[in-house]
Design a protein around this ligand. Structure first.
Ligand code: ADP
Length: 662
């Protein structure tokens, strides 16, 4: 029963010195660390008891109890978890078992600020108790050992610690912090509750505190029984009540969680009033272990387009809250996803800097990205269900009959999602090359034959004309502008579908996409007009001949418009319009240039090519006209207008038109 004194491992002594000298600006983390240890100890007991239920002794309900004594200035954290034998206490609380400790300690510079950060990243665990305590007493007994085999461990947090054997009836561990003078604020119910609310609400174990009641004190006048009394203050009642929510929903098996519970939890973490559109909940095992519970909101937030917007993922490590808005866990193009990631591998004190470098985090981020994409693919697949079912079932009533309730719930969800977040998803084309093919399949557009935003590249390819070897698209500021652009005319005439892209981000995103599933993407407003096999030989020959006869006129037009147009040529892309603008294959589109200018950014001056329709009466009239110069400029400016742009000099345009009209 004698007391033994042991020295701390050299690294522990160094660490302790730094803990007490560097972490004073972030004192309260000690409670999170100690509660986390207590919770781990309970997890360990639960695990060992799987094979040996006797370990539960007579207390199967695992819990953590917090209590304080404001006179003695102590704060005690008690768990009824696995406990420690004497040997374990000496090893676990006297050395640092973690690999890389030496390495870590050698990095400490003595500069308090940078050391504090390093210590934070490393995780100080039990030793963080010394931030607020000048002495710690640990009393513990390993589950399954006799009451006489309890251990008391005492240290002042400097060079050594004392260990002695004690009697301890209850299994598990009590960590008694003898609070430093400047840390007595922690011997206070409200303070403790506040810290628990901040860091440990989702510990699934109940954390209990003794209920307090207001009691009247001594009579002010001892002779007067009915007279006033001194305030007696808060008095402990002997009843214990949970002070954490213990609502780590994500740790429970899926089958035990109702939709309503999932939805409530979403509202809690997102502060969204609306229910989420959908969610995915998984435990991922393998080299990195974590649980993910990820939600798709129903509505886009106001600040969706702010790329600096905080990410929506909360990071937990073993159910202990670490940080909000962990942007490293989700790529920016999925910034609308809300939820929780709970890692089993990361250190508790992981910092944002460390998150960016961690391999585990990289794996989690990839895993989460894939999960969200799978969830979207699933919704997209089921969005189509009525169509697929309708093809098989003639009666419209039968359409939804063949679907399960779950499938029915998914009907139309993808369209809803896409209307809110589709444009953000497109950013992924430039951001996430590894998932580009999956992303491409998730995109939806309006097209020249379908006004609603519901055409996928897959749909488009399935409808391609015999001999068509490109996916045609046009970008414009609005659906109306896209639908009516002159460049579409010949495609309409020949019945070739063109995708209408009207999101601001389209132009940028398409820079990263040359093809879909082996078929190149071709803007109908870029490059020379070439329909490949869709044009027959006769048409091509006729076009060449026309080009020949128009040569002199084109030369004159080119001269007249030399400040505005890069080139002037004839085209067979137009049917009703006299002219249109196109840019060279690798040129920036007129629309993108306009957008950049509007956004106040520098855009290179785009000089487009003017293409004229040799069949058009106005073009035929040009040659020999006395108004040639005015007509040339009007032709050009009208082509700008047709694109949704403005003539460079609108007043001059109006003047010219009016001169001709009168
Ligand atoms: P970590 O928890 O990161 O391993 P700590 O310094 O916090 O590091 O704790 C060191 C070890 O001490 C733990 O791994 C555990 O074995 C033991 N320990 C700490 N607190 C408890 C407790 N409440 N019950 C049982 N064992 C504990």
């Amino acid at each position: 029963m004698s007391k033994q004194t042991h020295s701390f491992q050299a690294e522990v002594s160094q660490l302790l010195h730094l803990v007490t000298h560097s972490l004073y600006s972030n004192k309260e983390i000690f409670l999170r660390e100690l509660i986390s240890n207590a919770s781990d100890a309970c997890d360990k007991l639960r695990f060992e008891a799987l094979n040996n239920s006797a370990l539960f002794e007579d207390a199967p309900e695992l819990q953590v109890r917090l209590s304080f004594d404001d006179k003695a200035k102590t704060l005690t954290i008690t768990d009824n978890g696995i406990g420690m034998t004497e040997q374990e206490a000496i090893e676990h609380l006297g050395t640092i078992a973690k690999s890389g400790t030496k390495d870590f300690v050698s990095k400490l510079s003595g500069d308090q600020k940078s050391d504090a950060q390093l210590i934070g990243q490393f995780g100080v665990g039990f030793y963080s108790g010394f931030i607020v305590a000048d002495k710690i007493t640990v009393e513990t007994r390993r589950a399954g050992t006799a009451a006489a085999e309890g251990v008391r461990w005492i240290s002042g947090g400097t060079g050594d610690f004392e260990v002695e054997t004690i009697d301890r009836a209850e299994r598990g561990t009590s960590v008694i912090l003898h609070l430093r003078e400047e840390a007595t604020e922690y011997a206070n119910t409200w303070k403790i509750k506040e810290i628990i609310g901040k860091y440990s609400d989702h510990i699934s174990l109940p954390i209990l505190m003794e209920k307090e009641e207001w009691k009247d004190g001594e009579l002010l006048d001892p002779q007067d029984e009915k007279g006033g009394r001194q305030p007696g203050g808060m008095v402990k009642t002997g009843d214990w009540e949970p002070v954490n929510k213990a609502s780590a929903l994500w740790t429970r098996p899926k089958k035990d969680i109702t939709d309503e519970q999932y939805q409530d939890f979403y509202k809690q973490i997102s502060r969204d009033f609306e229910a989420p559109l959908n969610w995915t909940h998984n435990r991922v095992e393998g080299s990195t272990e974590y649980t993910q519970l990820l939600y798709l909101p129903s509505k886009a937030p106001q600040d969706l387009w702010n790329r600096d917007k905080k990410a929506g993922i909360k990071l937990y490590v073993k159910r202990v809250f670490i940080m909000d808005d962990a942007e490293s866990l989700m790529p920016s193009y999925l910034r609308f996803v809300k939820g929780v990631v709970d890692s089993a591998d990361l250190p508790l004190n992981v910092s944002r800097e460390l998150l960016q470098e961690s391999r585990d985090v990289k794996a989690i981020r990839e895993g989460c990205t894939k999960r969200v994409l799978s969830m979207l693919e699933d919704l997209a697949k089921h969005d189509k269900a009525p169509v697929a079912a309708a093809e098989g079932a003639a009666a419209s009533d039968a359409v939804t009959d063949v679907l399960s309730d779950e499938e029915k719930a998914k009907l139309g969800q993808y369209a809803k999602f896409y209307a809110e977040f589709g444009a953000v998803l497109k950013e992924g084309l430039g951001e996430d090359f590894g998932n580009r093919d999956r992303l491409l399949k998730l995109l939806r557009f309006a097209s020249s034959i379908n006004d609603t935003v519901g055409v996928s590249f897959v749909d488009y390819k399935a409808r391609m004309k015999e001999g068509q070897d490109a996916i045609y698209y046009i970008t414009a500021d609005s659906l109306a502008a896209a639908k009516n652009s002159p460049q579409l005319e010949v495609f309409k005439k020949k019945g070739i579908e063109v995708l209408l892209m009207t999101d601001r981000v389209d132009e940028w995103a398409l820079n990263f996409v040359q093809e879909f599933d082996g078929t190149p993407l071709q803007s109908v407003a870029k490059g020379a007009f070439d329909l490949g096999k869709l044009q027959d030989e006769e048409e091509k020959k006729a076009a060449e001949e026309v080009a020949e006869t128009f040569k002199p006129l084109l030369a004159k037009l080119k001269e007249a418009l030399k400040d505005k147009a890069e080139d002037v040529r004839v085209t067979s892309r137009l049917v009703d319009s006299p002219a249109c603008l196109v840019v060279t294959d690798d040129g920036m589109s007129m629309q993108l240039a306009r957008m950049l200018k509007q956004a106040g950014q520098q855009a290179p001056e785009v000089k487009p090519v003017l293409e004229v329709n040799p069949e058009h009466a106005l073009v035929k009239k040009l040659d020999g006209s006395v108004h040639f110069h005015d007509l040339a400029h009007i032709l050009f400016d009208q082509a700008v207008l047709a694109e949704g742009g403005l003539p460079a000099d609108p007043a001059a345009y109006v003047k010219r038109v009016n001169a001709l009209l009168s």
